[in-house]
Design a protein around this ligand. Structure first.
Ligand SMILES: [Zn+2]
Length: 151
């Protein structure tokens, strides 16, 4: 199953390897879709939407929203930004460790997080399958990039 949440952030940028109006400083309202895949847990959820929101806010939006993206990226195209966002979120396990105290984190995920490096819990058939599945990044309306971790 797939779970998706939408996010928005506003940033300025200019493209450094481009000839035309995008080489001048301008802004966008970016829309980001984060999709996780996995299986539904005993609490009836793949992951709580609120936990997903907190992860994305902390690891992505707080670093990009209302910033000049050229402070962080040599050439902030949507392609370069989405690869960076993927890198921020791909290690979901370490990010979820920070959410261990949330009562809406499923018991299965807590067991997985407490199990160290092994996802297979002894005496339990549970195998964590929660993964970052896909990102979509809109640079204004009608223009977006899809990324699944490939090159
Ligand atoms: Zn632009």
């Amino acid at each position: 199953m797939l779970v998706t949440r939408e996010f928005y952030f506003d940033s300025t940028h200019h493209l450094t390897k481009y000839y035309g109006k995008c080489e001048r400083v301008h802004g966008h309202t970016y829309k980001l879709e984060v999709t996780l895949s996995g299986k539904v847990h005993e609490n009836g959820m793949l992951i709580d939407f609120t936990i997903l929101k907190r992860l994305v806010n902390k690891h992505v939006l707080e670093k990009l929203d209302h910033y000049d993206l050229n402070e962080f990226f040599e050439n902030p195209t949507a392609e370069n930004i989405i690869v960076w966002i993927w890198d921020q979120l791909k290690d979901l396990k370490s990010k979820l460790m920070e959410e261990l105290n949330d009562p809406n984190l499923s018991e299965e995920l807590k067991k997985y997080l407490n199990a160290g490096d092994t996802a297979h819990i002894e005496g339990n058939e549970f195998d964590n399958e929660l993964k970052l599945h896909e990102l979509k990044l809109w640079e204004g309306e009608g223009k977006f990039i899809t990324y699944r971790g490939e090159s």
